[in-house]
Ligand binder design. Structure first.
Ligand code: CP3
Length: 348
């Protein structure tokens, strides 16, 4: 007689602090435009939000990169801007440009937004469908944007080079900006709790614009709200690891790791991995930090970067990933070659 078979999940094991001789691997933005099967489905659905709100299609997009490459992790197909959408802000995607939100300008009252957390339900349904179809060795990751990064879009109504509108509001009217941050943090806890209850096994907080803040602002708008989210998610789900990805944090990376209480930290490609290894708490799992442009170049550029990263993180739990999202013009062959290169070698 045998009990239920327990299938090892290497990525989840690393997130729980276990070092692996071959680092498990997934790529940020692995479901997306570099894949012809994604572009075909996206064209059939007509728009990005249509794809997100069709749970069967979104589940299919989540699984597409797994089928092709056999990654160790699947990341839910959705977007960080679903949170402001559920907070009541209009959201649409301009063809060939990117997301647009009706901007929260200084004169608009946050209280005028009518939250509708029912807008999360289709995403939870995507999670359930992916969960039912996923290979049990694969770790299923949910995600949300961090309050600062989400606020930069909510305030400006779109992406911007220097996040100037949000940075100005944060200095000019910190009480008002703080209310926006708090409202995002609250909605984010609801959203992550829902994703976890529907079946994701770990979550990542994307703070893609963390790098634009001065140190005191970083403490207040990055570390503090992420710490609050981590604490609340942990209170509800103590065993679900949280990955924090403060892109561009640079020298503030160690303060971020200690200050937020995340279980693992994502490192972007501008950080020297040997420095990160010295600066981060011993034993803390790290994820990263291959340059997405090296992956476009392929060949020796990738192999050299992979060797350096693995040597630097040889003594701690490590997840191989990019330093930021995979770019749409990445050759698919280069992704397959990266996976083979990583899996054919064991760390000493
Ligand atoms: O990682 C994955 O594969 C899962 C899905 C995912 C998407 N967006 C799908 C998407 C994730 C994790 C995100 C996160 C996201 N979205 C971030 C944080 C990470 C980062 O890259 O910095 C940000 C800032 C956004 C906001 C956003 N969504 C922008 C700026 C854009 C347009 C430009 C771009 O990068 O594509 C999107 C659209 C978007 N989100 C697409 C995808 C696959 C492309 C939509 C299309 O098909 O046209």
């Amino acid at each position: 007689m045998s009990g239920p078979q327990v299938v090892p999940k290497p990525l989840l094991a690393v997130l729980k602090g276990e070092r692996q001789s071959v680092p498990p691997m997934w790529l940020m933005r692995q479901a997306g435009r570099y894949l012809p099967e994604y572009r075909a489905l996206r064209a059939r659905k007509g728009g990005f939000l249509e794809l997100v709100y069709d749970s069967a299609a979104a589940a299919e997009v989540t699984i597409q990169p797994l089928r092709r490459f056999g990654f160790d992790g699947a990341i839910l197909f959705s977007d960080i801007l679903i949170v402001p959408y559920a907070m009541g802000q209009d959201l649409w995607f301009e063809a060939g440009e990117g997301p647009r939100l009706a901007p929260i300008l200084a004169e608009t009252d946050l209280g005028a937004l009518k939250p509708d957390f029912g807008r999360f339900e289709a995403v939870y349904e995507t999670v359930r469908q992916v969960k039912a179809a996923l290979d049990p060795a694969v770790t299923f990751l949910g995600f949300a944007g961090s309050p600062w990064t989400v606020a930069t879009y909510m305030v400006a109504g779109q992406g911007s080079k220097d996040q100037g509108a949000a940075r100005r509001l944060a200095y000019g009217d910190p009480a008002r900006f703080g209310a926006i941050i708090d409202a995002i943090a609250e909605a984010t806890v609801v959203y992550l709790d829902g994703q976890i209850r529907a079946g994701v096994e770990a979550v990542q907080l994307f703070d893609s614009w963390a790098g634009s803040l001065a140190p005191l602002q970083f403490e207040r708008w990055v570390i503090e709200p992420n710490a609050r989210i981590v604490e609340k998610v942990k209170a509800l789900h103590p065993d679900v690891p949280v990955i924090g990805f403060p892109k561009g944090a640079g020298a503030k990376l160690a303060d971020y790791a200690r200050g937020t209480g995340v279980d693992a930290v994502g490192v972007d490609e501008t950080v020297d991995p040997h420095w990160a290894d010295r600066a981060l708490p011993e034993g803390l799992p790290v994820q990263g930090n291959l340059d997405p442009l090296a992956l476009i170049a392929g060949g020796e550029a990738v192999e050299q970067a992979v060797d350096t990263i693995r040597a630097a993180f040889a003594n701690r739990p490590h997840i191989m990933n990019l330093g930021h999202g995979i770019l749409p013009d990445t050759p698919i062959d280069h992704v397959a070659a990266l996976i083979s290169y990583v899996r054919e070698r064991e760390t000493a």
